[in-house]
Ligand binder design. Structure first.
Ligand code: 13P
Length: 281
């Protein structure tokens, strides 16, 4: 149907849209298949460290190609780029949205790099996500030890000085597996949302509860990122399917099972983010 950017995909939606990390052909196919089975829009992401692996431009090209052929709107998204060059690479590959992650910088430096990327991206119809505050945890091999909760005053300063299409926040969410029960600060989210006209984004979706997703969406979260769960579903399916018939070394059935398992998870989450959450509020 259509390759769409972040602004377009979030505008058409009254709940939240799921954004899923991809790593190879089968995760890419699984994410798009799950969205088609749900009949819902989806955001397919690739992390900057993954795209920057030698030879991995092809995964970006496959994402863009499959998005164009999909029967539902698909946003192809570069996740957590820390530099201008990676954003430009993704844009050259045809991505519809890039995230410039200046969360490790001072607020002034974050504004400066975000504006540089946004100027180029918007001139080509590409949307931009940014982050204020920083998440702890491990994502695509990159670790942040301590979180910086999002400061609402920094959000106001950031939004006045930039024109991004979505803003990721740090409210107790973390990348990777949570150590103990995740504890989200919804008062802080409410405070941020009060003066924020653009969609808010929740990273670190793996391990959050249905109640937490529903509360977040009710307070203005429009995009929810899921990464570790994609890897977990894929790898667990790989191991169990392979172990059923080890001597077959089945390079047809095993990856197909992984793809289908990713698709089933994506369908379930998309349906909850789009409508299921309303039954919990
Ligand atoms: P999880 O790996 O914790 O689901 O987080 C994914 C993410 O936020 C990608 O940006």
């Amino acid at each position: 149907m259509a390759l769409v950017n972040l602004q377009e995909i979030l505008k058409k939606h009254d709940g939240a849209v799921g954004a899923f990390s991809t790593y190879d052909l089968f995760t890419v196919q699984g994410v798009i298949q799950g969205a088609e089975e749900a009949g819902l829009p989806v955001i397919a992401m690739i992390g900057a460290p993954v795209l920057n692996q030698p030879g991995n431009d092809y995964i970006g090209e496959i994402l863009v190609d499959l998005a164009r052929r999909a029967s539902v709107p698909v946003c192809i998204f570069l996740d957590h780029a820390k530099d201008y060059a990676t954003c430009m690479k993704a844009i050259r590959l045809g991505f519809s949205t890039v995230m410039i992650d200046g969360s490790h910088l001072s607020i002034e430096e974050n504004i400066a790099i975000t504006n540089k990327v946004t100027e180029a991206a918007h001139s080509l119809g590409v949307s931009v996500e940014a982050e204020v505050g920083a998440l702890a945890g491990l994502e695509d091999g990159e670790e942040v030890k301590a979180a910086k909760m999002t400061n609402p005053q920094h959000v106001a300063q950031f939004l006045a000085a930039t024109s991004v299409d979505g803003l990721a926040v740090s409210i107790g969410n973390a990348h990777g597996l949570y150590k103990g029960k995740p504890n989200l600060n919804f008062d802080l989210l409410q405070e941020i949302a009060k003066n924020c006209e653009i969609p808010l984004i929740l990273h670190g979706g793996t391990g959050l509860s249905r109640e937490q997703f529903a509360k977040g969406i009710s307070l203005g979260i429009k995009k929810i990122n899921i990464g570790t769960e994609v890897k977990k579903v894929y790898m667990e399916t790989f191991i169990t399917t392979h172990e059923k018939n080890v001597s077959a070394w089945d390079m047809i059935a095993v990856p197909q099972a992984c793809k289908n398992a990713v698709a089933a998870m994506v369908k379930r989450e998309l349906e909850f983010f789009a409508a299921g959450w309303k039954t919990m509020c």
